[in-house]
Ligand binder design. Structure first.
Ligand code: CTP
Ligand code: MG
Length: 235
């Protein structure tokens, strides 16, 4: 696969309130070492040679972003998000040209590496098809019922954890998320809207340390993963 040379826009939804984190500020404003989660994620994208701009989606009541040094970066365009993650993504997509390819990445995944961003872009450029970073399931998987009893064991050979970034053309992503939502579909990631619309989406194997910081115990893990990343992996 040849190395990509075009530049792309990254769309970072950061308009959540982090209810599962149970902190006094939204989790993207918690610090991992000396930097907030949001600044860490933004810095990685802004330093990537194939990223030309970042569309950052913020909560309407956000009063923290302006306090970050990254808020002065001229490559960041801020927009106001919505009730659900999919609404926030739609708000960001509204700023993009329909034929532009965009990488949508959870602000709450600060351990994303430059290697994985490049790998995803290379796959999309080669196949001209939407793709997501994903990681194969390792554990034995069980289907449970409402009584928390095992129904059966689900073969894990073809199961993947959906990660981000997820890369699609902005226009079709916008149309398919809008249609899926208007028909009552649950849209928890970009690929789910594209799958629902009948597109085939490629799985690109990413690193397992690209975790979504969700619960309090994830903070120490994310900080440790960041401390283990070598310059070579990050850049
Ligand atoms: N997000 C967003 N707009 C929303 C909800 C979520 O932009 N209405 C963003 C979050 O800020 C986060 C990413 O989407 O970067 C993934 O969402 P999640 O991990 O669920 O974050 P929160 O919704 O903030 O957390 P929780 O579900 O625990 O409240
Ligand atoms: Mg959420």
């Amino acid at each position: 696969m040849s190395s990509p040379t075009k530049q792309y826009t990254a769309l970072l939804p950061a308009a959540g309130i982090g209810s599962r984190m149970q902190a006094s500020v939204p989790k993207q404003y918690l610090c991992l070492g000396s930097k907030t989660i949001l600044q860490t994620t933004l810095d990685t994208f802004l330093a990537h040679p194939l990223i030309k701009q970042v569309v950052l989606v913020l909560h309407p009541d956000d009063c923290w972003y302006q306090t970050l040094s990254v808020s002065q970066a001229h490559k960041v365009l801020c927009v106001v998000g919505g009730e659900q993650r999919a609404d926030s993504v739609l708000a960001g997509l509204a700023k993009l040209a329909a034929d532009e390819w965009v990488l949508v990445h959870d602000a709450a995944r600060p351990c994303i590496s430059h290697q994985d961003i490049t790998k995803l872009i290379a796959q999309v450029e080669a196949a001209q098809q939407g793709a997501i970073l994903a990681y194969p399931v390792k554990d034995t998987m069980k289907r449970g019922n409402a009584q928390q009893q095992i129904v059966n064991t689900v073969p894990r050979e073809q199961l993947w954890h959906a990660l981000t970034p997820q890369m699609f053309q902005a226009g079709s992503l916008r149309d398919n998320i809008s249609s899926a939502l208007s028909q009552g579909q649950t849209v928890t990631d970009e690929a789910s809207a594209m799958e629902w619309a009948g597109y085939s989406v490629a799985l690109v194997k990413g690193r397992s340390d690209n975790i979504k910081v969700t619960n309090p115990e994830d903070l120490a893990l994310a900080q440790w993963y960041l401390s283990q990343q070598t310059d070579e992996e990050i850049t």
